[in-house]
Every structure is written in structure tokens, then in C-alpha cells.
Design a protein around this ligand. Structure first.
Ligand SMILES: Cc1ncc(COP(=O)(O)O)c(C=O)c1O
Length: 438
């Protein structure tokens, strides 16, 4: 297996596209720079072909959760191709935006109105703007990762490591106006005392409480009670970020199954199966503020995102896709645990089954991650310590992947005991969090 074309293209791109055309989570340094192929020519189902025509089964990030059905899904692609033939953009809006808005409200009966965008981060920024417009306040209490925009990175203006416990470390707020310091206040998931303290100190200035419904563990009943109390005491808007969690455990938001009472919920990623679409859904009492503040962009009216969203929901509901995603993710977590036990490797496993991850617990976990990536690529798999289920994954894919993982874990274990991991690495150890590339 050679990777020369992939690696040459990465070298060229590094100079032409400063810092890599991010998504950070797709950057080769997050896996193993010098080994990870980085670019692809073709993707279909669960297969990906890189620039050197190597074919892999993708048991990694599945477009970081965007491709919930699989790559080049035939039903979504057929709907999108038809929309393109019919004209994907014009001087008028496409009628499918209304159909998608209706469908999202049907799936979430508490919601009355919808605004659209294209990406997750910008959809969150719209939600925050609507909350600020509706309340006439500025401050945001948040938990978790919500994108790259100023309102969010402002959290690190006051304390440089405020975001370190919220998924991505090293987010230096360079370029974010320092006047925003103190406007974004973090709290930990399920930490009732921290949320209560924010309400006590800033409740009357709080526009919104922003959080994911679930990442690693569900909300405790006690936290949900505190959240409801804090929301009504402060009058803040509750924004549930479903960008990663949405369409994983139910057709729609995970909040539907977990006992939240949101004012706004935000979707992207899975909603388009990789085609760009973002949706902000909410109660009319809050969403009408969107008519008072300027939120507007040319490509938010483009047709493909709505058509893809409708096709995804249709296929998802017809096939109970969430039950498949959960079954596949559960089989992967069980397989990881068994592979670790068989080989004596120490790992910890977390995440809801459709968004699973494990961590190496020995010293140098980032070196081990890179070695695992390399050993799995040698066996024809794209893999890392994250596994996101797709509808296109089958239990046969999982069996073959777990067999390859068991072999990789055994090699890692042997090299660990001989102290030869570093010398076997063909690329660099993985990076964690945001680091400057060049
Ligand atoms: C919970 C959550 N919010 C927001 C975002 C940002 O979405 P996007 O990358 O589409 O801008 C992500 C992306 O991973 C996410 O997981």
C-alpha cells in the first residue's frame, strides 16, 4: 500500500490552505500525520478510496457524524440529483424549505417555527442571536462544544482554559474581540451547583443556557430539575444543541427521549447526510425574535440542503435507522472491550453507542492512537479511537473490524512491553485538541 499521492497533496495543501481546510477533526494530525491519507477520490456505502486508489472500510468518524446513512446514499443522492436537474438555485426560494420546516415541527411537536442555515456552528450562532434578541440580554451559560464563532470562543477570553473541559482544548481566542470577555460562562454537564451559581451571579443578564442533550452520559433527574428551575428563575432561553446527538437514538433530537423542555433545538450534520443543512427549531414565543434581528445569507436558500434533509428523514423514519445505529455501536463497544480483555490492553470506553469512543490508558496515549491508526490502515480499515455508526455498516463489517482491532491491540501490547512503539511509528503521534499546524 503506497500513500505517496495522498502525502504529496497534503504537503501542497499545507502551503496553499493555511492551517488546512478545517474541520479540525478531519485534520491528518488528529490521527497520524504522515500516515493518514487525508484526501479521498471516492466514497460509497462504508468504503473510501484515497488518492493512491487504496480502498478502506471506514470504521472511524463517518464524516464526523454527518454521514448517518452512509456515503453517497442512493436515495438521498437521487433526490439531490433531481433537485439539481430542476435548478438548485434561483431568484425565488425553493418550496422544499417549507416542507422541511413542517417535517421538523411534526417530529418535534413542542416546536412551532424553524430557521435554516448550512452549518452547525452558524446555526448555533443564529440560535444565540435569537435568544439575545428575545431577551434583550447578552450573557450565555453553556456546556460542551458549539462551534468556532465569537460568542463561544469568548469563553476563553477571561480564563484561557475555560473551554478545555468542553471537548476541544487549546482554543486560543486570538481574533475574538476582548470586549466579549465574561459573556460566555461555562458549566460542566450534570453539575447542578455550577449552573445554580451562574444563575445566582448572572441570572438577570442571562440570554440563554446552551448545552448538548447528551454526549457521554444522560442527564440526571436532579440536573434536569435544576435546569428547569434555573430556566424559569432567570427567564433564559434553553437552547439544546443536537448537531451531534440528533438523529442518533431517535428520529430527531435526543432531547425527545431524555426529558428536556427546550425553547430552541439546533440540528445539522446527520440531517443532510453530508449535504450542508442546519436548522434552528423553536417555540414561537422565542422564535418570533428572528423577525426583529437581521439574520440573512444567500446560500441558506439553496435547494439541495432541504431536499437532502427531507430524503434523510424519509429514509430514517421508514427504516428505524436509530435502532440499527445503536445495534452497530453496541457491537463495536462490546468488541472493543473483548479485544482489550483478550490482549490485556488497558482502555476505557464511553459515548452513546452511535457515537462511541475509547481511550488508551497506558502512558503516551497519543502515540498509541497513531500506532492503532497505522496498524488498522495496514489491514484496510480507516479507524481511530472514535467510531460513529452509519446505516450502511453491517454486523459483518463490525466482526471483521473487531478481528483487525484485536490483532492491532495484540501488536500494540507486544510493542509496549518491548518498548518499541515509537520506533514502529511511520507517522507522527496524534495531536489532541487545536494546535497550530504551520
Ligand atoms: C455539539 C456540536 N455543536 C456544534 C458543532 C459545530 O458544527 P459545524 O462543525 O457543522 O460548524 C459541532 C461539530 O462537531 C458539534 O458536535
Amino acid at each position: 500500500m503506497t500513500h505517496s499521492k495522498s502525502l504529496q497533496l497534503q504537503d501542497h495543501a499545507k502551503n496553499r490552505i493555511p492551517g488546512w481546510n478545517q474541520l479540525l477533526s478531519k485534520r491528518p494530525d488528529q490521527f497520524s500525520a504522515g500516515v493518514w491519507p487525508g484526501y479521498y477520490k471516492k466514497a460509497s456505502g462504508v468504503e473510501i478510496w484515497d488518492m493512491d486508489d487504496n480502498r478502506y472500510i471506514d470504521m472511524s468518524i463517518s464524516g464526523i457524524g454527518a454521514n448517518v446513512l452512509g456515503y453517497a446514499d442512493p436515495d438521498v443522492n437521487a433526490a439531490v440529483c433531481h433537485a439539481i436537474q430542476e435548478g438548485s438555485s434561483s431568484s425565488l426560494n425553493s418550496y422544499e424549505e417549507v416542507q422541511l420546516a413542517d417535517k421538523l415541527c411534526e417530529l418535534h411537536p413542542w416546536a412551532d417555527q424553524v430557521r435554516f442555515a448550512r452549518t452547525g456552528g452558524e446555526s448555533m450562532t443564529i440560535a444565540v442571536r435569537i435568544a439575545r434578541a428575545a431577551t434583550g440580554r447578552s450573557k450565555i451559560a453553556f456546556c460542551g462544544y458549539h462551534g468556532w464563532h465569537d460568542w463561544y470562543l469568548a469563553a476563553n477570553l477571561k480564563t484561557s482554559d475555560a473551554l478545555n473541559e468542553h471537548l476541544i482544548t487549546g482554543l486560543d481566542p486570538i481574533g475574538v474581540p476582548k470586549e466579549l470577555a465574561g459573556t460566555a460562562i461555562p458549566f460542566r454537564f450534570n453539575d447542578s451547583a455550577a449552573l445554580e451559581a451562574i444563575i445566582r451571579d448572572h441570572g438577570h443578564e442571562l440570554a440563554a443556557i446552551v448545552m448538548e442533550p447528551i454526549r457521554y452520559s444522560p442527564p440526571t433527574p436532579e440536573f434536569l430539575e435544576t435546569l428547569n428551575k434555573c430556566k424559569s428563575l432567570s427567564g433564559a432561553v434553553l437552547i439544546i444543541d443536537e448537531i451531534s446527538a440528533g438523529f442518533r437514538v431517535t428520529p430527531g433530537g435526543a432531547h425527545l427521549t431524555l426529558g428536556y423542555d427546550p425553547d430552541i433545538a439546533v440540528f445539522s450534520k446527520a440531517l443532510g447526510n453530508g449535504f450542508p443543512i442546519g436548522a434552528v427549531i423553536g417555540k414561537k414565543s422565542v422564535m418570533t425574535a428572528a423577525t426583529t434581528t437581521f439574520i440573512s445569507s444567500t446560500c441558506w436558500t439553496e435547494r439541495v440542503g432541504f431536499v437532502a434533509g427531507l430524503a434523510v428523514i424519509d429514509k430514517y423514519v421508514r427504516n428505524n435507522v436509530h435502532t440499527h445505529l445503536i445495534a452497530i455501536g453496541t457491537a463495536v463497544q462490546t468488541g472493543w472491550a473483548k479485544a482489550a480483555q483478550t490482549t490485556g490492553l488497558d482502555i476505557s470506553i464511553s459515548g452513546i453507542p452511535p457515537l462511541s469512543n475509547f481511550a488508551f490508558k497506558d502512558a503516551n496515549p497519543l502515540e498509541l492512537k497513531a500506532y492503532y491508526v497505522q496498524l488498522m490502515m495496514d489491514q484496510g480499515f480507516l479507524a481511530s479511537n472514535l467510531f460513529y455508526s452509519m446505516y450502511a455498516h453491517t454486523l459483518d463489517h463490525v466482526s471483521a473490524y473487531i478481528a483487525a482491532t484485536t490483532a492491532a491491540f495484540q501488536t500494540i501490547k507486544d510493542d509496549l512491553s518491548q518498548g518499541t512503539v515509537a520506533s514502529k511509528l511511520r507517522g507522527k503521534p496524534a495531536n489532541s485538541g487545536f494546535l497550530r499546524l504551520n
